[in-house]
Design a protein around this ligand. Structure first.
Ligand code: ADP
Ligand code: MG
Length: 394
């Protein structure tokens, strides 16, 4: 994945248009309740403004109707927060698509919610060309929307005089490329979570690349079924047993493996009151639910992680929200944190687990893009990145 990078460009006196992801959560009064995304966007904005550019930043916020700007859709609170973080006022510009506003070198303005513009979602070419005409350099720093081809994430990149990746986007591209396109071996993937069906494409795509594919959580239950084990009343998808077998065979054919847990933690219900029992995988009773991997399996997994060259992690290996079933995910998180391997992790619940077990600083890279990260693991081309790649040479 070769793309131009903002940090390789001289931006002095240039008009720079940054597509950031400033889609922050807000309370009913519009107050920002969590500003991680705004903070994460600061390095690119600061690079441009300190380099002497006239900087325009835009983002989507929520799910507005195109052609309308309701009170809850405005980026006004974001402009205030951005100004505080940059230490200088940030003007909010409305109706900006056709230009008609001035930005001074060294100034930052915020362009109102880009999803309020007609044609944004459908990647309308006329809209994209108009936006491209506003700038000398287009910067995409919104990895979270890289899997969507929209006018500010895709179309504009085709028509702007120069198109490049911002600092956040660049780091994301580098980390994902390092993990999956040129990994240090052995490459180990851990795919957990509740359902095979939601991650079937990921499992198949990874089965083609990795040296060990560790399945956990509800996903492992379907694989246990495929290998003839009894799983009682555990969450599983019997209709996908064949698919699980295909993945096991794919891995075998490459001389690789899908290691399955030798012991598990079971209970008769998924609740905070549930009594957890550790049992060998062959002793799961007819009314048991498997809710975590057992200590032996966790130790085996930790060993695999310790020997890995690269680790890709998506999905917890147990119901980590409840303490009795959090042990496996916790041990795995700790193994990843202590491993010498380059590790990347992503996914909504995976990020929650990383926060819960306090290992954020010890993971090589934590992907900010939920859907975009998963589509990357699926082996799909992300349209926003593809558009930047096409502009690499000119
Ligand atoms: P992510 O958001 O990181 O991609 P998923 O959404 O696929 O992860 O899966 C997370 C959920 O899977 C968690 O809520 C967790 O409780 C659940 N889970 C994990 N193991 C099991 C299990 N053995 N049985 C049922 N649910 C499980
Ligand atoms: Mg989830």
């Amino acid at each position: 994945m070769q793309v131009k990078k903002l940090t390789d460009l001289d931006v002095k006196g240039k008009k720079v248009f940054i597509r950031a992801d400033l889609n922050v959560p807000q309370d009913d009064a519009g107050n920002i309740t969590e500003d991680t995304r705004i903070r994460a966007s600061i390095p690119s904005i600061r690079y441009a403004v300190e380099g002497g550019a006239a900087v325009m930043v835009t983002s989507h916020l929520g799910r507005p109707t195109e052609g309308e700007l309701k009170a809850e859709d405005t980026l006004a609170p974001v402009a205030v927060r951005l100004g505080q973080l940059l230490g200088k006022p940030v003007r909010l510009i409305q109706n900006w698509v056709d230009g008609g506003f001035d930005v001074a070198p060294g100034e930052v303005v915020l362009l109102e919610n880009c999803r309020c513009n007609k044609g944004e979602k459908k990647d309308n070419e006329e809209l994209a060309r108009k936006m491209a005409a506003l700038c000398d350099i287009y910067v995409n720093d919104a990895f979270g929307t890289a899997h969507r081809a929209e006018a500010t994430t895709h179309g504009i990149a085709r028509f702007a005089p120069t198109a490049c990746a911002g600092i956040l986007m660049g780091a994301e591209i580098d980390a994902l490329g390092k993990a999956l396109h040129s990994p240090k071996r052995p490459l180990v993937a851990i795919v957990g979570g509740s359902k095979v069906s939601s991650k079937l494409t990921i499992l198949k795509s990874l089965a083609d690349k990795v040296d060990q594919l560790i399945v956990g959580g509800g996903i492992a239950n379907t694989f246990l079924l495929a290998s003839g084990k009894r799983i009682g009343e555990s969450l599983a998808e019997p209709e996908l047993v064949k698919e699980a077998q295909v993945i096991i065979d794919l891995m075998k054919a490459r001389g690789a493996e899908v290691p399955l847990p030798e012991d598990v933690v079971v209970a008769d219900e998924v609740s905070a009151m549930a009594r957890a029992n550790k049992v060998p995988v062959d002793e799961v009773g007819p009314h048991d639910r498997i809710l975590d991997i057992g200590p032996k399996a966790a130790a085996q997994l930790s060993q695999i992680i310790a020997n890995a060259g690269t680790i890709v992690w998506n999905g917890p290996v147990g119901v980590f929200e409840l303490p009795q079933f959090a042990g496996g995910t916790k041990m795995m998180a700790s193994a990843i944190a202590h491993s010498e391997a380059f590790s990347i992790a992503g996914g909504g619940d995976t990020l929650a687990a990383i926060a819960k077990f306090h290992i954020a600083d010890d993971v090589g890279y934590i992907s900010t893009g939920g859907g975009a990260f998963l589509e990357f693991l699926e082996g799909k081309t992300l349209p926003a990145i593809a558009a930047l790649e096409e502009r690499f040479k000119d």
